[in-house]
Design a protein around this ligand. Structure first.
Ligand code: BG6
Length: 488
């Protein structure tokens, strides 16, 4: 198979994302022969660096791979630095020439990937300049990669979309949601559509509810300034949580084509039961962490963090219930829960199946727990089924057992989300990237909640660091007769 050829232009080349995620991911692709000699990276940023400085930074970012038997200098020799003032139009021409030169040297077929690893207010203007200055009139393909936040609400998301849409067509735009690159998130699709055991049961006749949890132990750390203007609803729910819900709920696509898969996800978002300000509280719960014990140490409250207002009304926790009013799902609650400073770092999907019509073992005093299918996304990756089986005894009584698949047992290291997504983008596969319709519909839904919440001061803080959110998150399920399955 031919490996992709391209000149990759990274805007924000000295930033955190580039150093922490992009360079190591490119390295792993290179090491795993997904990239050949035919690629070059142009690092673009304001800071005046020499090529040598830049390559040293790149090598530093891949230091942990030193036992790989791959020549790090050779890998770094693909990287070139181009100091850049994004507002100065004359610099775009120079950048164009530079890309052309590298294209020739690396025989990259005129392909260009523009990766915006920088603050989102630059996305629109840079995209427009790339077009007006002729950088998108190249011989091969050109693609634009951007990262969330895609706007702050529906309106600003549309503005951003219009701006970049003037320079790149929808099929050239790759919007990253890094959860879509996680191995077990990608496994939702395979588990559903490659197993005769699950798909026939995947509906409101057999499933009682779905629970998606993504909890973190870390607080806002050094991101207080950004986070305080955003909150968990925008930071996690609008994107990662809704993406996971869409993958669990979507209809089987006609084919595994990016348009088909994304169309099915869009249909889920269109089927979400609308809520309004008057009933937001029936569906969504917010929380903010207080001080508390984390790993035996006293941790500060959210309001004490750097860059956070002392009376901040920003939520660091959200629990919610989505109802998907279509034939398959009507009546089945999809609960989500995400927050900072919770008990453990964990992303997990629990599918709770309905109870059987009768418990034959009741007279023997046995309760029958519902069957659960658990997809563990992180930190460990696996699939677990909770079943009932015969107790080891003289009598026929039942007990709960688990069947467990642990991905680590395969002995193959899982690729990083960014590595998977970069590879897809270089190969022109946009299936695991977010379509503009998904962005628009998810914001429309989320905006109602954020408007209701900003209009009313919350009783914050309302959960201790180290707890799994406020009590109201448990009540949300209890009023439907359910509870969170906290499985370790
Ligand atoms: C990011 C959010 O999108 O996802 C962060 O901005 C959050 O606030 C992170 O910590 C969680 O990602 P992961 O991969 O660690 O679950």
């Amino acid at each position: 198979i031919e490996t992709p050829r391209a000149v990759i232009v990274i805007f924000g080349a000295t930033g955190d994302l580039a150093n922490r995620k992009l360079y190591p991911s490119l390295y792993r692709l290179y090491r795993n022969h997904k990239l050949s000699q035919h690629f070059a990276v142009v690092g673009v940023a304001r800071r005046p660096l020499t090529n040598e400085d830049f390559r040293n930074n790149v090598k530093k970012s891949i230091e942990s791979f030193k036992d790989d038997h791959v020549d790090h200098d050779e890998f770094a020799s693909h990287f070139h630095y181009n100091p850049f003032d994004a507002q100065d139009l004359s610099e775009y021409q120079k950048l164009d020439d530079f890309i052309n030169k590298l294209n020739q040297k690396h025989e990259a077929k005129g392909n260009r990937l523009f990766y915006m690893a920088m603050a989102p207010n630059f996305f629109g203007p840079i995209a427009a300049n790339l077009k007006s200055q002729g950088l998108t009139d190249n011989e091969g393909w050109s693609r634009l990669v951007i990262e969330k936040p895609f706007g702050h609400n529906y309106e600003t998301a549309q503005q951003l979309n219009d701006q970049i849409g003037q320079a790149f067509t929808e099929d050239q735009i790759y919007r990253i949601d890094h959860y879509l690159g996680k191995q077990m998130v990608q496994n939702i699709e395979i588990a559903r559509f490659a197993n005769a055991m699950f798909e026939p049961l995947w509906n409101n006749q057999y499933i009682a509810n779905v629970q998606v949890t993504s909890s973190e132990v870390l607080g806002v750390e050094e991101r207080g300034r950004y986070y305080d203007g955003s909150g968990a609803l925008r930071d996690m729910v609008q994107n990662h949580m809704l993406q996971m819900v869409s993958l669990i709920a979507m209809e089987p696509p006609a084919k595994l084509h990016p348009d088909e898969v994304r169309y099915e996800k869009v249909k889920v978002l269109r089927s979400l039961r609308e809520i309004d300000e008057s009933n937001v509280d029936d569906y969504f719960v917010r929380g903010q962490y207080d001080q508390g014990q984390i790993n035996g140490k006293q941790a500060a409250s959210y309001r004490e963090s750097n860059g956070v207002e002392a009376d901040s009304n920003t939520e660091t926790f959200v629990a919610g219930k989505f109802m998907i009013d279509n034939f398959r799902w009507v009546g089945v609650p999809f609960y989500i829960r995400t927050g900072k400073r919770m008990k453990q770092k964990l992303t997990e999907i629990v599918i709770q199946f309905k109870d059987l019509p009768i418990n034959l073992y009741k007279d023997k005093g046995d309760t029958i727990d519902p069957n659960l299918l658990i997809i563990r996304v992180q930190p460990d990756e696996g699939i677990t089924m909770h079943l009932n089986a015969k107790k080891t005894d003289y009598d026929t009584t039942s007990t709960q057992i688990t069947m467990h698949y642990d991905k680590a047992d395969e002995g193959i290291e899982s690729p990083e989300a960014y590595e998977v997504l970069l590879n897809d983008c270089l190969n022109g596969d946009s299936t695991s990237f977010v379509h503009s319709d998904e962005v628009a519909l998810s914001w429309k839904f989320i905006d109602v909640i954020s408007q209701a919440w900003s209009a009313k001061q919350a009783d914050f803080p309302n959960y201790k660091s180290g707890d799994n959110g406020p009590d109201a998150a448990n009540e949300l399920l209890a009023k439907d007769g359910f509870h969170w399955w906290d499985i370790n």
